[in-house]
Design a protein around this ligand. Structure first.
Ligand code: SF4
Ligand code: SF4
Length: 96
């Protein structure tokens, strides 16, 4: 029997089935949210950004849980990015 999959819904895109892909992106610090200084780096233009480790992820990502270890103090950019928006889809396609 052949199953027609044309009208089946696509797999749900949520942070729960992601590998914190967006936490590999460069995160500029635009506002003051109380991020501990050891997670912050200065880029070559003098801007403040979240430091990333050699594995490519943000230094504030808990590698065991793959969740943000400073969630309450996370940068404005991290608060704004929503699952399913173009930047999310793009970075998921690159790393998943
Ligand atoms: S916003 Fe998108 S890329 Fe970031 S964790 Fe959620 S699903 Fe993954
Ligand atoms: S601050 Fe938190 S949410 Fe933002 S990139 Fe780092 S680990 Fe991800």
């Amino acid at each position: 029997m052949t199953i027609d999959t044309t009208n089946l819904p696509e797999a749900e895109l949520t942070c729960a089935n992601c590998k914190a892909c967006c936490c590999r992106l460069e995160v500029m610090l635009i506002t003051e949210t109380g991020i501990p200084g050891h997670f912050i780096e200065i880029d070559k233009w003098g801007g403040r950004i979240m430091a990333r480790l050699e594995d490519g992820w943000c230094s504030a990502l808990d590698r065991n849980t793959m969740m943000c270890s400073i969630y309450e103090k996370r940068p404005w950019i991290c608060r704004e990015l929503q699952a399913g928006e173009p930047q999310c889809i793009e970075v998921r396609e690159e790393y998943m």
